[in-house]
Design a protein around this ligand. Structure first.
Ligand code: ZN
Ligand code: ZN
Ligand code: ZN
Length: 97
């Protein structure tokens, strides 16, 4: 299994892969696993990219109101009450994971 991530010059990495990157659906090596962090979780309800919760107001799966890909955290559209504390810099999870 080889790493299928693209390098900066556009070629395939090709190094021995150490894991599958679920977000991209490809095998990646240690070096390329962190370029696109995987899932981000909502600090209000704990939903993530792969497990969106239901937004009752919009009547569709939630989307991100705030998102910090580096931290792997965000606030989804079902948790509008958590946007304020996010904007204050509070990134603690309200629910235990
Ligand atoms: Zn690689
Ligand atoms: Zn949420
Ligand atoms: Zn959600």
């Amino acid at each position: 299994m080889q790493c299928w991530a693209y390098k900066d010059d556009g070629s395939i990495c090709g190094q021995p892969a150490t894991e599958i990157d679920a977000a991209r659906g490809i095998a990646v090596c240690q070096e390329h696993r962190s370029i696109e962090p995987g899932l981000s979780a909502c600090i209000g309800c704990g939903c993530d990219d792969k497990h969106a919760c239901w937004d009752d107001v919009a009547e569709r799966p939630c989307h991100w109101l705030r998102l910090d890909r580096t931290a792997g955290l965000g606030v989804c559209s079902a948790c509008t009450g958590d946007v304020e504390r996010w904007d204050r810099g509070d990134r603690t999870m309200a629910v235990p994971r």
